[in-house]
Each structure stands twice: as C-alpha cells, then as structure tokens.
Ligand binder design. Structure first.
Ligand SMILES: NC(=O)c1ccc[n+]([C@@H]2O[C@H](COP(=O)([O-])OP(=O)(O)OC[C@H]3O[C@@H](n4cnc5c(N)ncnc54)[C@H](O)[C@@H]3O)[C@@H](O)[C@H]2O)c1
Length: 300
C-alpha cells in the first residue's frame, strides 16, 4: 500500500506506547483512525489528542483477548467509516517469571492478549477485508523476543512472540496462495520507551487469583539473586527508541511491503539473530553426522 490518505486504520493497544506511535503516524498520513485499548483514561486522552489534529477518529474500549470485543470493534469501525485498510494487532503485555512457577492465570492473561488478541483480530477483520477486495495491510506486533533465543525469565512472553512470528508467516503464505490483496508484516521491536514494564496495570480482575502478586514481585521474593536485575531491568526501557519513531518505521515498511519490521539495527541485535540461527544450523550439521553414522552401523 503506497497511499494512506482517507483510508482507515485500526490500532489495538493504541492508548500508549507503540500503538499510540503508530496511530499518530496514521493521523499524520491523513487516515481515519480507530483506537482500541483496555485502558479507558489513556484511550480517551489519545482520542482527544488525535481529534485535535483535525482527523476523523473513534475510540473503542476493548479487551482484545475476548472474541466478542473484537467483533464489536469491527462493527464500530464499519459503522463509523465503512471500510478498514490497515489493522495493527499491537496490544501486548509482559508477564516475567520462572516458567514452571508462573500460574495458569499468568499464562491465560498474557497469551490471551499477545496471541489470542491477534487470532481474534485476523478471524474477524480478514473476512471484511476480503469482501472489500481492495488493498489492505495487517501488522502484527511480535518482538525481537520472537526471533532471538528465549530469555531465561520471560518465558510466557517469548512463547507468545514466537507464536506471533509463526502466525504471521503462515498468514502471509496463505494470503499469497489465495491471491488476496492483503499484505502482512510482523513488527519486531527491540527496546522501545513505553510502559510495557508496567503491564500489570492492565491485568483484568479475572486473571488475579486471591493470592495475586504481580509477576515481577514473585521473582524478587523467590529469587533474591535476581532481585537486583529485576529492579534494574525496567530502567532499560527509559533509554529505548521512541514509540513515535516506531510508528514512522511501520508506515515506511508498509509502503515498501517489508515483512519483518525491526526497530533496532545495531550490531548486537544482528549478532543475537545470528547466534540463534547459527545454533539451529550447527545442530542440523551435527544430527546429519549422527544419522550418517547410524546408517553405516546398520549396514555393517
Ligand atoms: N516496548 C518494547 O520495548 C517492546 C519490545 C518488543 C515488543 N513490544 C510489543 O509492543 C506492543 C505494544 O507494547 P508497548 O511497548 O507499547 O507497551 P505499552 O504498555 O505502553 O502499550 C501496550 C498497550 O496495550 C494495551 N493493552 C493491554 N492489555 C490489553 C487488552 N487486553 N486489550 C486491549 N489493549 C490492551 C495497554 O493498555 C497499552 O495501552 C506489545 O505487543 C509489546 O509486546 C514492545
């Protein structure tokens, strides 16, 4: 898609951070914007901000993990603007912890937003886009955590973000096979200055057990050796790339139909990718030797 003016963008998780950065850029392009988020006050603020720039905008209070909420989001989008051209499935949360100690509520909450949010998004919006039969683009937000080696104490997040990469690759293949006019990208941010480290602010009551404590507090309590790291880590995000810059990169990438959208291209990020892929290929070569050896033993 090269031209955005007067087209319609739907952005989930648009009340803050990367989603707001994408929505701001959509507004600058002259698009009509649908903001969706679970955080009411920030959502209203974002709506006011974009309205004051003179564009047409609506906001829809939505929990992306609920299929019915996404159906309502789609209905309100079509009622307001008639069509949808760009869908950014961006809402996401982090639930850090030790994999076997995280409870079912942690898993259900984080996979519900990070993965099911996107599943609901494509199930509801793609049939509408196919029916429209005009040029559309879907951007699913994964993370560098979806491409790099899994982080030791960010397992749920890693699982969800690797799944988003697989889902997006598969989605792209399928839309290409069926010759649909919908392109796909997967956004893989590195470290962006947002409120992601404070994700628990939006954890719905239904995912808070009676003995609820934020994920990170449990790590600090149970693993004193990780306490310092747990205190320091969130500060990393203060020095991250700006969310507005991510919005700019996303739109340039849509224009050029780039599938993997990175926000950081420094050498350490590249080394990280290389390390994972080297590990995969090394194992391939090692297993090849083992299979050769087994075959020759069998034939003796
Ligand atoms: N910030 C980073 O460094 C970074 C890196 C890689 C990936 N990401 C991804 O970027 C996306 C945006 O996160 P961010 O960094 O801007 O964080 P953020 O916390 O600033 O924004 C996330 C937004 O999602 C909303 N949200 C949370 N649960 C929701 C739900 N159930 N339904 C609807 N909205 C919900 C929040 O209210 C918030 O506005 C996420 O998918 C995140 O995993 C961020």
């Amino acid at each position: 898609m090269k031209e955005f003016k007067d087209k319609v963008a739907v952005v989930t998780g648009a009340a803050s951070g990367i989603g707001l950065g994408i929505a701001r850029r959509a507004a600058k392009e002259g698009m009509k914007v649908v903001l969706c988020d679970i955080e009411k006050d920030s959502l209203n603020q974002a709506e006011q901000e974009l309205k004051s720039s003179g564009i047409e905008v609506i906001s829809v209070l939505t929990d992306v993990s609920k299929a019915e909420n996404i159906e309502i989001l789609a209905k309100k989008t079509i009622d307001a603007f008639g069509e949808v051209h760009i869908l950014c499935n961006n809402a996401g949360v982090a639930a850090p912890g030790i994999l076997w100690e995280l409870n079912l509520s942690d898993w259900n909450w984080a996979l519900g937003v990070n993965l099911w949010g996107i599943i609901h998004g494509i199930r509801v919006f793609i049939p509408i886009m196919i029916e429209q039969d005009n040029e559309c683009h879907i951007v699913n937000t994964s993370s560098m955590a979806g491409l790099l080696l899994g982080e030791a104490w960010n397992g749920i997040y890693t699982v969800s973000k690797h799944a988003v990469i697989g889902l997006s690759e598969s989605l792209r293949s399928c839309l290409t096979l069926l010759r649909k006019k919908i392109n796909v990208s997967v956004l893989c941010p590195g470290i962006v200055n947002t409120k992601i480290a404070n994700s628990e602010r939006n954890r719905p009551e239904e995912f808070c057990d009676s003995d609820y404590e934020p994920c990170i507090d449990r790590v600090k309590k149970n693993y004193p050796e990780l306490e310092k790291l747990a205190e320091e880590l969130p500060k990393l995000w203060d020095y991250g790339t700006s969310a507005d810059q991510v919005g700019d990169v996303v739109f340039e990438a849509i224009r050029k139909n780039i599938f993997y959208i990175y926000t950081e291209t420094g050498p350490s990020w590249k080394r990280g990718l290389q390390t994972r892929f080297d590990g995969i290929m090394d194992a391939f070569d090692q297993i090849k030797l083992i299979l050769k050896d087994l075959k020759s033993k069998k034939s003796q």
